[in-house]
Design a protein around this ligand. Structure first.
Ligand SMILES: C[S@@+](CC[C@H](N)C(=O)[O-])C[C@H]1O[C@@H](n2cnc3c(N)ncnc32)[C@H](O)[C@@H]1O
Length: 256
């Protein structure tokens, strides 16, 4: 089966970069470029959730004009690199598939989807000191359930240094303490709203290629792959692999 991929927009990418990404993903399939743009898109219902490296929350006004409103997506809305899900939360589709390779992140989503109040009750009781942060960050998770893991990642995300997301070679979260200033920006009601939106989504840990190999007619895909840092950025410990570079691709799938 072949598709026509309409690349509706991409930012800060040379055409060659963009084509290579698409060719890499859809080897031997067809694609065309076009530029359809709506105007006057109003941002509504912004949901407060996590801070995420490479998150597109601040770029929504540039991205949303290229995305159909949820009523016009006949299949699923799909994000194979969901990260903080800023576009998903904004458009609030009827049916979605959200996936990412980051297992901690997927646990966070699954816990909140299933029981936001339970996650909130654990979150609000975590310590408010630097020492406490490191105790929670470095604790053994072997016997902890989904809700604890979900609340813990939310806590680490909201209190770590600048919302960074980095793991050591053993796969353990290793970002230093950032403070409590951003912790109470979210509240129980926010998590309930997040959960309501996630209830319309299938959430899974997966490599993007599995998701893209399984598309169906009418699906709409927002692809926001990680940016691979250059040497200067790799030498700077503050960068992680999905550091923001304002790259995104919006793709509409039409089967031939
Ligand atoms: C630029 S971030 C996405 C940001 C998101 N659009 C937002 O607004 O928050 C890229 C994401 O790709 C994920 N990722 C990296 N490699 C991946 C892979 N091979 N398959 C699936 N996800 C991957 C990272 O874990 C990260 O969450």
């Amino acid at each position: 089966m072949s598709y026509i991929l309409k690349i509706l927009s991409s930012s800060r990418m040379k055409v060659d970069d963009r084509n290579n990404i698409i060719k890499g993903i859809y080897n031997e399939k067809y694609y065309i470029l076009c530029s359809i743009k709506k105007t006057g898109f109003a941002m509504e219902n912004q949901v407060k959730f996590i801070r995420y490296p490479g998150g597109k929350r601040r770029l929504l006004k540039y991205i949303l004009p290229y995305i159909p409103s949820s009523n016009y997506i006949t299949g699923r809305y799909i994000e194979p690199f969901v990260g903080g899900g800023s576009v998903f939360f904004e458009i609030d589709p009827q049916e979605a598939l959200l996936s990412d390779i980051n297992g901690d992140l997927i646990d966070l989503y699954k816990g909140i989807k299933r029981d936001p109040k339970k996650v909130w009750n654990i979150y609000k009781n975590f310590p408010d000191t630097k020492k406490g942060y490191y105790e929670i960050r470095d604790s053994d998770l072997t016997n902890e359930d989904l809700y604890y893991r979900s609340a813990r990642i939310l806590y680490l995300n909201r209190t770590c240094f600048k919302g960074m997301w980095r793991h050591n070679s053993d796969g353990d979260f290793n970002v230093g303490y950032g403070g409590q200033d951003r912790r109470w920006v979210i509240n129980k009601q926010n998590l309930i709203e997040v959960s309501e939106r996630l209830n319309k989504a299938l959430i899974k840990k997966s490599d993007f290629s599995n998701v893209l190999n399984d598309l169906e007619e009418g699906d709409f895909v927002f692809i926001d792959p990680p940016y691979k840092p250059g040497k200067k950025e790799m030498d700077n410990a503050h960068y992680s692999l999905c550091q923001v570079k304002q790259r995104f691709i919006v793709i509409d799938i039409t089967f031939m």
